[in-house]
Design a protein around this ligand. Structure first.
Ligand code: ADP
Ligand code: MG
Length: 198
């Protein structure tokens, strides 16, 4: 065991929120590759910033260039990837930021663990299922990844050769085959307003 003790700050969560006039939260986007997570996350971040809210995106691909560059795509690596993002988004939310995460995060138990971290810290966790049928995302294929996965050039590809566990109880469910990006942003923003988070 290490000799570590948690050192609390001098400013508590409610005083911090009062001083900064903002509450933190994590908006957790989950869905198949090309379902629209990154696209929605960018538009949502932009919209919230224009509303003068401190919002920040944590995007799956981007995070794999740095914090998670040592991880692959097998189940264990994906578990660790999401554990780290759960912790990082919790820190952002604790700092009163609106953290927007855009990760496939295919396993329910990993998403539940991220949720649990937030609940323990009394921080809102909003799971958003960015949903689109496999035929649709495979047709979009903006990075040509489905084509490569079908050809067997990428192993452990979610939806093709690795599982995706759809959220059992997401706070928000958006079908991007039927919902424009701007509408998705509106749905999420309205939810934040209704709940009094912004
Ligand atoms: N309604 C929609 N919502 C989000 N993305 C859409 C929609 N319709 C088409 N797209 C396109 O689908 C692709 C989604 O890619 P991306 O956002 O990178 O997905 P992900 O981050 O989930 O892998 C983009 O090329 C985007 O322009
Ligand atoms: Mg993406």
């Amino acid at each position: 065991m290490f000799n570590i003790t948690f050192h609390p700050g001098s400013v508590g969560p409610s005083e911090r929120a009062e001083l900064l006039k903002q509450k933190g939260a994590t908006i957790w986007l989950t869905g198949l590759s090309a379902s629209g997570k990154s696209t929605i996350a960018c538009a949502l971040e932009q919209h919230l910033l224009h509303l003068k809210k401190h919002a920040y995106r944590l995007d799956g691909d981007n995070i794999r260039f740095g914090l998670c560059k040592d991880l692959g795509f097998d189940e264990k690596s994906r578990n660790e990837n999401i554990r780290r993002i759960g912790e990082v988004s919790k820190l952002f939310a604790d700092s009163t930021c609106i953290a927007i995460t855009a990760f496939i995060s295919p396993y329910q138990k990993d998403r539940d663990a991220a949720r649990e971290m937030h609940i323990k810290a009394s921080l809102p966790f909003i799971e958003v299922f960015v949903d689109a049928p496999l035929e649709v995302v495979e047709k979009r294929d903006p990075k040509g990844l489905y084509k490569k996965a079908r050809a067997g050039e990428i192993k452990d590809f979610t939806g093709i050769s690795a599982p995706y566990e759809a959220p059992a109880n997401p706070e928000i469910h958006i079908n991007t085959a039927e919902t424009e990006v701007a509408e998705s942003v509106k749905i999420i923003t309205n939810y934040l307003i209704e709940k009094g988070y912004i």
